[in-house]
Unconditional design. Structure first.
Length: 146
């Protein structure tokens, strides 16, 4: 169900309008349905989407290396999801320092409608997973390892 976080968050907010709804997604997954943020902005649906932007399909890299010995098509380049969100009518913030996350999230929570917080994240750091977590990752993709 890759990429369904944003439309699911909008649906969750419509189903429970009194609850705070926050979608946390990576930039690869956001690319599937980010245009739904225009619906949220247009219809004043107060949902916050946090996009971790590292410019890569990082989750796919270990799988491709295991299966093919290399990666292909995993680099996306820089996408400023905050600017895309602004273009769709959302309030938006860009965070490239960990010290600024708390303020951006508070401002997103305080705004009246749809909000996007683009957090610049580190692809290489996301690839530094402990071996037991990597084994679990492959088990999810390919079934039990034993």
């Amino acid at each position: 169900m890759l990429g369904t976080g944003i439309p699911s968050a909008i649906g969750a907010k419509l189903g429970a309008p009194d609850r705070e709804v926050v979608c946390v997604t990576g930039d690869g997954a956001a690319g599937f349905h980010f245009m739904e943020m225009q619906c949220a902005a247009r219809d004043r649906i107060k949902v916050t989407v946090i996009v971790f932007a590292e410019g890569s399909w990082t989750m796919e890299e270990p799988n491709e290396r295991l299966l093919y010995g290399r990666t292909f098509g995993t680099t996306m380049g820089t996408v400023r999801w905050d600017r895309v969100g602004e273009g769709l009518g959302c309030s938006a913030w860009y965070v490239d320092r960990i010290d600024d996350i708390k303020a951006a999230l508070a401002q997103a929570k305080a705004c009246d409608g749809a909000a996007v917080v683009c957090v610049k994240s580190d692809r290489d750091a996301n690839l530094l997973l402990p071996q037991d977590m990597i084994a679990r990752f492959f088990e999810v993709y390919q079934g039990p390892l034993a």
